[in-house]
Structure formats: C-alpha cells, structure tokens
Design a protein around this ligand. Structure first.
Ligand code: SF4
Length: 222
C-alpha cells in the first residue's frame, strides 16, 4: 500500500515495483497484478483488468483504464469503445493478432450516478502507482509501435504538455518503443454529439491507425 512520506504526502510511485521480478512472463504478471494493492483503486473495482494480446504483438494500444464492461469481464477493450477500436483496426488493416491492448491504470475508477457507475479519471498518484505494470508489459511484449489512446494515456507516457488534439497521429521520439504515437480514445468518438461528427471522428481515428499500419508494413519489408 501507499505510505506517507516525510512531508505527509502519500507516495505510491513505486509501490508495485518490488513485486515485479524482471523475468516474469505475461501470465505471471497477470497473476501477480490480480492482488495488487499499490493504490486504492482496487477497493471499488470488481477485479484487475490486465493487458491482453499476443506476446508476439507488434503494436501496443494503451488506454486510460478499464470501463464498466471491462471491469465485469476482466478483459480490456471488450465494451463499446473496444468494438469501435476493432472496427478501426479492420479499416486500417491491422490484424488483431498483431495487437496487445492495455491501460495505464488496471482497475476501473468510477463514481455512482443513480444505478450507473460513471467513469472517473485516475489521478497522478494512481497512474504512477500502476506504471510498473505497464513498464513490465512493455518489457515483455517489446512492441514496435505504442499507440496512446486519449489524453490521459498520452500525457502519462509522453509528458504533461502533450496535446492529442494538436499532435495526434505523429510519431513522437520516445524510449518506450521504436515508434510511439497518440490518438483519441475511441470512447470520445462514441460521445460525439451527432452521426455526422461521429462519422468524421471515426474517419480521423482510422486515418491515425492507417499511419500505424504503414509503419508496421515498412518495418516488415525492411
Ligand atoms: S490501479 Fe494499478 S496500482 Fe492501483 S491497485 Fe490496481 S493494479 Fe495496483
């Protein structure tokens, strides 16, 4: 659990790190993450939602956190946003077996609104506490391309100043992987106010993923 520092602030930055051996497989990581208590998000979530995909995956998609459906299913990107992501992947020509899906935070953060559980953005402390799990996934999967989905993931991995609206689709120099980029989170497309803007947003999203597909093709041909 997080401990108070000398200044009284709660520090959980590396609370999960000591529990992660360097040579763990994805299955071992998933198993260890089931009982993670490095921040308080486990308390209200159903279960840990660890990343999923092939160990030979070439591209890693990193979202913010599991949603309501993912929390219940225990799998990432299986709700409406995941279905939309699948459609965009198809349009871009990226095969599912080439993809690994995960989130910067592995437990669902929510607040009640009537009978519904409404998504709540994780804070910096929770994102920092969960970072060792993402680092461990990156170390095992070693993707050629990392795609951050949405501002929370992009700013967690590319810095606070990163603006998805202005920098989406560009390849950003990073130590995370040979190619790193960011685009919107598919849930933002679902929230578009009307069909026309939803259609336009979907086209822009697919165009960003087509740039990723082009990188994968170039690397394969090299
Ligand atoms: S959100 Fe991450 S750090 Fe926090 S308890 Fe869950 S797995 Fe652990």
């Amino acid at each position: 659990m997080a401990k108070p520092s000398k200044s009284g602030r709660v520090v959980a930055k590396s609370a999960a790190a000591p529990r992660i051996p360097g040579n763990a497989t994805l299955e071992e990581l998933r198993e260890m993450a089931r009982t993670c208590r490095a921040c308080n998000l486990w308390e209200r979530a159903t279960q840990t939602v660890f990343g999923e995909g092939g160990t030979g995956a070439r591209v890693m998609f990193v979202g913010e956190q599991p949603g309501d459906r993912e929390d219940v299913a225990g799998r990432p990107f299986v709700g409406p946003a995941g279905l939309l992501l699948n459609r965009a992947l198809e349009q871009a020509g990226i095969a599912r077996e080439e993809v690994y899906f995960t989130n910067v935070v592995k437990h669902f953060k929510w607040e009640p609104r009537g009978k519904r559980r409404i998504h709540k953005k994780p804070n910096q402390l929770q994102i920092a506490a969960c970072r060792p799990w993402l680092e461990a996934e990156l170390a095992v999967v070693r993707p050629e391309v990392v795609v951050c989905l949405g501002a929370t993931a992009a700013q967690a991995l590319l810095g606070k100043k990163f603006r998805v609206t202005q920098q989406r689709g560009r390849m950003i120099p990073s130590k995370l992987a040979p190619f790193v980029t960011a685009t919107v989170h598919p849930s933002s497309i679902l929230r578009a106010p009307d069909d026309e803007s939803r259609h336009r947003e979907m086209e822009l999203f697919a165009a960003d993923l087509k740039r990723v597909a082009a990188v994968l093709r170039r690397k394969k041909a090299a």
